[in-house]
Design a protein around this ligand. Structure first.
Ligand code: GRF
Length: 212
C-alpha cells in the first residue's frame, strides 16, 4: 500500500476529502501522517479523529526557512511516504525541500494556473470580472504555483458573487479533482518527467488533462 503524508495550515476540508477517499478505497493508499505549520489548524483535529498521526512545527523555533524545512523533511521522511500532498499548506517551500520531493509532491491551487499564482485568487477573479475561475492540481517545483498542471476544474463567476460564494464554488470542485489526481499518482498512472506531467504515458498540455 502506498503511503501519503499531507501538509496543511488551515481548515483541512481537502484533507477530509482525502481521508474519506482513502477510507472508501477510492485512493488505494494510506494517509500515514499530517503535518501543519500552525498548531491550531483544524486540519490536525480532522487527522486525529481519523486516527492519523498529526503534528505541528512552529517556524518561530527555527532560525531560517532552510532549517525549518530540514526539520519538516526529517519528520516527514520518518513515515517513508511515496507522495507528499499539500492541502492548504500556506508556507513558501525552500528549494532544497522542493528538490527532495521532486516528482512526488502535489499541490492544489485555487485558480486556473498560470493565472493568479500566489494569494487572493478569488478576489482577483472578481475584481477582474472574469467569467471563469477555477482550481488546479499540479506537481510542485521551485517556481511558486508554477509546476506542471495535471488537472483543472472551471467554475462560472457570477456578477453578484462575493469572495466567499466564489471560494465555496471552487472548493466544491477541488473536492472532486484532488482525490482523483492523487489516485492517478498512487496507481502509477501519473509521473513528472523532464518537468512535465505525464498521465498514462501522454505528456499533458499546459492546462492539464482534458483541457478544452
Ligand atoms: C484550498 O482552497 C486550496 O486551494 C488552497 O487552500 C485551500 C485550503 O482549504 N491551497 P482547506 O484547508 O483544504 O479547507
Amino acid at each position: 500500500m502506498k503511503r501519503i503524508v499531507v501538509l496543511v495550515s488551515g481548515a483541512g476540508s481537502n484533507l477530509q476529502v482525502l481521508i474519506d477517499a482513502c477510507q472508501q478505497g477510492r485512493i488505494a493508499a494510506k494517509l500515514v501522517a499530517v503535518f501543519s505549520n500552525k498548531a491550531d489548524a483544524y486540519a490536525l483535529e480532522r487527522a486525529q479523529s481519523a486516527g492519523i498521526p498529526a503534528d505541528s512545527l512552529d517556524a518561530k523555533a527555527f532560525t531560517d526557512r532552510a532549517s525549518f524545512d530540514a526539520a519538516l523533511a526529517q519528520a516527514i521522511d520518518a513515515y517513508q511516504p511515496d507522495l507528499v500532498v499539500l492541502a492548504g499548506y500556506m508556507r513558501i517551500l525552500s528549494p532544497e525541500f522542493v528538490k527532495h520531493y521532486a516528482g512526488r509532491m502535489l499541490n492544489i491551487h485555487p485558480s486556473l494556473l498560470p493565472k493568479y499564482p500566489g494569494l487572493h485568487t478569488h478576489r482577483q477573479a472578481i475584481e477582474n470580472q472574469d467569467e471563469v475561475h477555477g482550481t488546479s492540481v499540479h506537481f510542485v517545483t521551485e517556481q511558486l504555483d508554477g509546476g506542471p498542471v495535471i488537472l483543472q476544474a472551471k467554475v462560472p463567476v457570477f456578477a453578484e458573487d462575493n469572495i466567499e460564494e466564489l471560494q465555496a464554488r471552487v472548493q466544491t470542485q477541488e473536492y472532486n479533482i484532488y482525490p482523483l489526481v492523487v489516485s492517478w499518482f498512487v496507481d502509477g498512472r501519473l509521473i513528472m518527467r523532464d518537468g512535465q506531467a505525464v498521465l498514462d504515458g501522454q505528456t499533458l498540455p499546459e492546462q492539464g488533462y482534458a483541457a478544452d
